[in-house]
Design a protein around this ligand. Structure first.
Ligand code: 4NP
Length: 164
């Protein structure tokens, strides 16, 4: 591997940073580690809202993730910060509302860093957004994991093709 390899920094974003984006953070982090790329790809997550700052991920997200071998327990919620737009190469929204909120905060020169997380999965994955499971039933968290696993595979392939 090129010793000059620049780090690739990825920020997963949802509304509360306790359900979808920590799931995407934990799943993608594990994909990155399994690929031996932990020293090159950095992963973080944040919410557009401030209600849950400092909290652990939702227990329903943690237990659904645990059953598939992902440990979300070390993660703590934080809010998107203005410095994130210059710090991260990929700022990936779980749904269109998150993306709109990010666009409103992001300086114009960094708008090309904003994208839907599922954008990289192409037409194979429907829907193109990760639905908010917070007020829904348990199976919403399974759908989040199904979509996030597909999105994480696609994102890792994209980064390998374009950066490594
Ligand atoms: P997330 O889910 O955006 O996937 O973390 C939510 C968590 C909390 C709330 C909404 C969505 N809330 O309204 O508090």
């Amino acid at each position: 591997m090129n010793p000059e390899q620049k780090k690739v920094r990825v920020l997963m974003v949802c509304l509360g940073n306790i359900c979808r984006s920590p799931t995407a953070h934990g799943v993608f982090q594990k994909r990155v580690e399994n690929a031996g790329l932990g020293n090159i790809i950095e992963v973080d997550s944040a919410g557009t809202g401030d209600w849950h700052i400092g909290r652990e991920p939702d227990p329903r997200a943690c237990s659904a993730a645990q059953l598939r071998g992902y440990d979300l327990s070390p993660l703590r919620a934080r809010q998107v910060h203005s410095t994130d737009f210059e710090s991260f190469d990929y700022i990936l929204a779980m749904d269109e509302e998150n993306l709109r909120n990010l666009r409103a905060l992001c300086p114009p020169q960094y708008h090309d860093r904003l994208q839907l997380f599922l954008h990289f999965a192409g037409d194979d994955v429907a829907p193109r957004y990760v639905p908010d499971p917070y007020y829904g039933e348990e199976d919403g968290f399974q759908l989040v994991l199904d979509l996030v696993e597909d999105g994480a595979d696609a994102l890792l392939n994209h980064i390998k093709r374009h950066h490594l």
